[in-house]
Design a protein. Structure first.
Lengths: 270, 309
């Protein structure tokens, strides 16, 4: 479904701000697989998601989604294959437009938009029903501006919008990180429901060990722009949060060792 | 009465300009100064064609199309060459000044001899009002002027309805979203740059349409007629928002039309009371400045008061 081979990305190359965000990443993800991407700050996990979404072009390597080589596709063209929820709850919706209008936009994701009425009756029926299923009482407020809603509500709606047309690939970029714990739980439960029901191929970045353990069928741990661990199958099922913390500690120890070794070498030879 | 009629007619004709500015300024937050060039461009194209005996409807539409092209050009310079939108507008406006002189062949084209919407309104007026003069609330009114007012009203209403309808279509909704949250609409598969180009074309098309009609009403097209028109448009939009609010799209468009008419009336009254016409642009600019600054200032005062109490 998603094939990533040998992608590299360096930001601000040749300057003091040079960041080698991705240093050769290879990932193959099967159809219907729910993959959690973990990593510390600056490990390249969000960069990976943005590379797949097309926010920038990679320097090297190839990305293909559902058999299409999308490496050189601009972001808006890739949107025909990808549904996306951002970390910032304000990013995924148009605040001054109504709930219904936002969904009308999502209902034509990646399709030509003609001169048909945006709020057509055959959109409004299913829309009311689907939003009622959220049990947030929003089905009577479809004409309200989406900017008047809370972050949790907006993120839940963004998730529904991203999956309104079943995407080949769903990208969730720390989409609960900016929410209060209760809203975060709601959005996570909803995400799990939607992904399972539609058997969506999903790539989800998170900071939460708990989410990483309880969701999905595969964990990819990133470190310094590379894939460090790839945990799946029975091993993923057995995994406990402590195991993940151990692996992070291991990374940290290795980092310290690197630093202290470098210091020692410098003292000895410089 | 003639003064009132004239102010209303010009206000309605310029409401198309106000709608154009509504699109560029309120949807894309671009103060698009191409407006100053494209209103003249629309007038110049229409006037030149009319002098050469082209049908007024056709000439007016050609003027609008010219403005749309100019707007698209500003959009392309802004999005494809990454030039600041204001600067892109300035470039196109400046270039249009020469283009307009070339189109007209001189700096002023009179339309006295040509068949225009004004001559249409004369014959329409004579037919529907049965005579050269009619009586409105005891005032004698030239029936041609009355017919012209009706034509302008029809133009403003039809323009407003079409714009409203456009914004309710899939493509129009996506255009509004482009201004509201480009990141979101890009993730939903819309080519943001394309929509900006299309939006500026629509905006300047409306502006040029307004210019083509204005030239026919006042009986000439002039190379200088566009100066400061963007500020006129902004003033109309801002007055309209004060009248109808911004909560609903339909009301905002109605507001732009009302704002344009009201502003023109105020100006006519001020001139009647002896305002020096040379000060008009200065006062317009001061007005728009005040209208842009005051709401924030008042909000600040309101916030301070409870703290002091």
């Amino acid at each position: 479904m998603l094939e990533i081979s040998g992608i590299r990305k360096t930001f601000n190359p040749g300057t003091v701000n040079e960041v080698r965000a991705l240093q050769g990443v290879d990932i193959n993800i099967d159809d219907g697989s729910f993959v959690i991407v973990l990593g510390m700050n600056g490990s390249g996990k969000s960069t990976l998601l943005n590379a797949v979404a097309g926010s920038f072009f990679v320097d090297e390597g190839r990305i293909s989604i559902a058999g299409h080589n999308v490496t050189r596709w601009p972001e808006h063209k890739r949107a025909s294959l990808i549904g996306r929820v951002f970390q910032n709850p304000f990013s995924g919706t148009a605040p001054n437009m109504s709930i219904a209008e936002n969904f009308a936009l999502a209902a034509r994701r990646g399709q030509p938009r003609g001169f048909g009425w945006a709020l057509s009756p055959h959109l409004m029926g299913p829309l009311r029903e689907r939003i009622a299923s959220l049990k947030m009482g929003l089905e009577d407020r479809l004409d309200n501006a989406i900017g008047s809603l809370s972050g949790g509500q907006r993120q839940a709606l963004t998730l529904l919008m991203a999956t309104w047309l079943k995407p080949k690939l769903l990208l969730l970029d720390e989409h609960t990180a900016a929410l209060d714990p209760k809203s975060a739980d709601q959005v996570i439960t909803l995400s799990d429901e939607v992904v399972r029901r539609d058997r969506l191929t999903t790539l989800m970045v998170t900071h939460s060990m708990q989410q990483a353990v309880s969701l999905g069928d595969r964990i990819i741990m990133m470190h310094r722009g590379r894939v460090l661990h790839d945990i799946r199958g029975a091993e993923k099922k057995r995994l406990r949060p402590e195991d993940l913390l151990d692996r992070f500690d291991e990374i940290r120890r290795r980092e310290q060792l690197d630093d202290s070794a470098a210091t020692m070498l410098r003292e000895l030879y410089v | 009465m003639t003064l009132l009629l004239g102010a209303l007619t010009i206000g309605l004709i310029l409401s198309l300009l106000a709608m154009g500015v509504l699109v560029s300024f309120r949807i894309f937050s671009i103060p698009d100064i191409t407006t100053d060039g494209s209103i003249t461009f629309g007038a110049a194209i229409a006037a030149t064609m009319l002098v050469n005996g082209v049908n007024p409807v056709l000439a007016t539409l050609a003027g609008a199309a010219g403005g749309a092209l100019a707007g698209a050009l500003t959009g392309i310079i802004h999005t494809k060459f990454n030039i600041n939108s204001l600067l892109a507008g300035i470039l196109v406006m400046t270039a249009l000044y020469s283009v307009n002189l070339h189109v007209m062949g001189r700096s002023n084209v009179p339309l006295m001899q040509a068949e225009t919407f004004s001559t249409y309104s004369e014959s329409i007026g004579h037919t529907i009002f049965a005579g050269p003069e009619i009586n409105v609330l005891g005032w004698p009114v030239n029936s041609a002027d009355a017919a012209m007012l009706l034509l302008a009203l029809a133009g403003a209403v039809v323009g407003g309805i079409l714009l409203f309808a456009f914004f309710r279509t899939n493509i129009g909704t996506a255009m509004r979203a482009t201004g509201d949250n480009p990141q979101m609409i890009r993730a939903l598969g819309a080519n943001v740059e394309g929509y900006i180009i299309l939006g500026l074309a629509l905006s300047n098309g409306l502006v040029a349409l307004s210019g083509a009609l204005l030239a026919q009403y006042q009986g000439f097209a002039d190379a200088q007629m566009g100066i400061g028109m963007i500020v006129w448009g902004l003033a109309s939009v801002i007055i309209g928002e004060a009248l109808t609010g911004t909560r609903s799209l339909g009301l905002t468009i109605v507001g732009a039309i009302m704002g344009s008419v009201l502003f023109r009336l105020l100006v006519a009254i001020a001139l009647r009371w002896g305002l020096n016409p040379n000060d008009l642009k200065l006062i317009t600019a001061l007005f728009v400045f005040a209208a842009l600054v005051l709401p924030g200032f008042i909000a600040k005062l309101k916030r301070r008061k409870p703290a002091a109490a």
